[in-house]
Write a protein that binds this ligand. Structure first.
Ligand code: 5GP
Ligand code: SF4
Length: 442
């Protein structure tokens, strides 16, 4: 998912809209914005892409100098409109609205406890727990109620809250999911990725720190509170696949990291071939790195159709196969008779690689060597990325040789975990690698 918050700007909801547009890659299932005009909060949310959910007229009703927004990728909960965010509610202190990126690992326990105490839930989202925890807290001030609430939840959360007059941003102690702070005019912006800042003309200040709460209040500089001891475990998959290459994530540029992975992959897994071909778009930076390191020419041997969108397609297995065919097609003249090194960022179910190898062979490729710029995905993510459960993860159930046979490639190799760490390591920072190593943090 993506979150954004705009504070103290006359066009707050418009800036939230444009920010969400640049963060669309983080979730395509639903989108929503809440704005605050100092009196009350206004919320619009629905299933679909940002451009499908909002138009000029709708945005005009989202009045006020502050706004928060969300694009949804279902990790917790299901696909219904009730599971779109922001989660907006009335309670004894007035109105509140919340957006959340991440996944709470103790959500079911907390929910069961709340239900026993009489709470009624409208959605299946773990985020709804927070509303109840805040409403039931004994603390007088909203700030203290939020602290009280987030101390009862565990797992991954980059959160933005809107009240009648204030905005709050909170990040879990591990900093699994990104959250950056920027400045725009006299106001402030927080967003999952800095590509949102570039679009709306905001300047990046720093990240919201793991374990930090920022309080935005009119006429004051943002107030920072340490509410958890920081233990950084940033999601390495943001660099592998999730984030946009032009973003700074965890303070570093994503494109550079991804390209490094390709360089490392060329060092670890060289093979003789005629050209390096990326699986667009995810494999592009790593393929450039691989090509530069190996000296083998880079060619765009596969074209991507960018106009697929979500259309009518439900994410079932059969439909996934069709979707790959609709999305990617080979340039026959280029690859005919050639030995190809094909670079992708990850193999999850194996569906994409299998289709691509077959497609390239049908188009006349002499050899297809798959090189993956991350280690085998062996374990599901519980911190906010929608990896399927272990039964569906091909690398959890097959050896690399077996996967190679399954996808019908001439050879297959992955980046090692050590080389992945070398590609991304910034001094002193620590990463979560659980989906590649099974070493879970919480
Ligand atoms: P597979 O077909 O093996 O299940 O998925 C691998 C392909 O999906 C790769 O091309 C990769 O870029 C992309 N991919 C990797 N992780 C994710 C994810 O979390 N969500 C989506 N939608 N695609 C992913
Ligand atoms: Fe990221 Fe993987 Fe850790 Fe999930 S398990 S937070 S995807 S590194």
């Amino acid at each position: 998912c993506a979150v954004v918050g705009i504070f103290n700007h006359v066009e707050a909801s418009k800036l939230a809209y444009f920010s969400l547009h640049s963060l669309q890659h983080r979730g395509q299932e639903a989108a929503g914005i809440s704005s605050g005009d100092g009196e009350r909060l206004h919320t619009i949310k629905d299933r679909g892409l940002v451009t499908q959910v909002f138009d000029e007229q709708k945005l005009a009703t989202l009045k006020g100098h502050m706004a928060i927004g969300h694009t949804r990728y279902s990790t917790a909960g299901d696909d219904s409109i009730l599971d779109a965010q922001p989660v907006h509610a009335n309670y004894d202190l007035g109105q509140i609205s919340i957006v959340h990126n991440g996944n709470l690992t103790n959500a079911q326990e907390v929910r069961n406890k709340l239900i026993k105490e009489g709470a009624i839930f409208q959605s299946s989202m773990d985020t709804e727990n927070l509303i109840h925890l805040i409403a039931r807290s004994n603390q007088g001030k909203l700030k203290d109620r939020i602290i009280d609430a987030v101390k009862q939840i565990e797992g991954a959360f980059s959160l933005v809250f809107l009240s009648r007059s204030k905005m709050f941003a909170v990040r879990d102690r591990f900093g699994f999911r990104p959250l950056a702070l920027g400045r725009i005019g006299e106001g402030y912006v927080v967003a999952s990725e800095t590509c949102a800042f570039d679009l709306i003309g905001a300047t990046y200040i720093r990240d919201v720190e793991p374990g930090e709460m920022l309080i935005f209040e009119k006429g004051k500089a943002p107030q920072s509170l340490k509410i958890f001891d920081a233990m950084p475990k940033h999601c390495i998959f943001e660099y592998v696949y999730f984030a946009r290459p032009d973003s700074e994530v965890f303070g570093k540029n994503v494109y550079q990291k991804r390209k490094n992975m390709g360089v490392q992959l060329a060092k670890e897994q060289p093979i003789e071939a005629d050209m390096v071909v990326p699986v667009p778009d995810g494999g592009v930076p790593a393929a450039i790195g691989y090509s530069q390191e190996s000296g083998i020419p880079y060619e765009m041997g596969i074209m991507r159709n960018h106009y697929i969108g979500r259309t009518f397609i439900e994410p079932t297995q059969e439909m996934r196969d069709l979707k790959v065919k609709m999305k990617l097609s080979p340039i026959r003249e280029l690859i005919e008779g050639k030995r190809l090194i094909v670079i992708d960022d990850s193999i999850v179910r194996g569906t994409t690689s299998r289709r691509i190898v077959r497609m390239l062979k049908e188009a006349g490729a002499a050899e297809v060597h798959m090189r993956i710029s991350s280690p085998p995905t062996t374990d599901p993510c519980f911190y906010g990325v929608d990896t399927p459960n272990k039964e569906k993860l091909i690398a959890a159930n097959m050896s690399i040789d077996e996967i190679c046979h399954y996808i019908e490639a001439d050879s297959l190799a992955f980046l090692s975990t050590e080389a992945l760490m070398r590609s991304v390591r910034a001094e002193g920072s620590e990463y979560c690698t659980a989906c590649f190593t099974g070493e879970y943090i919480v």
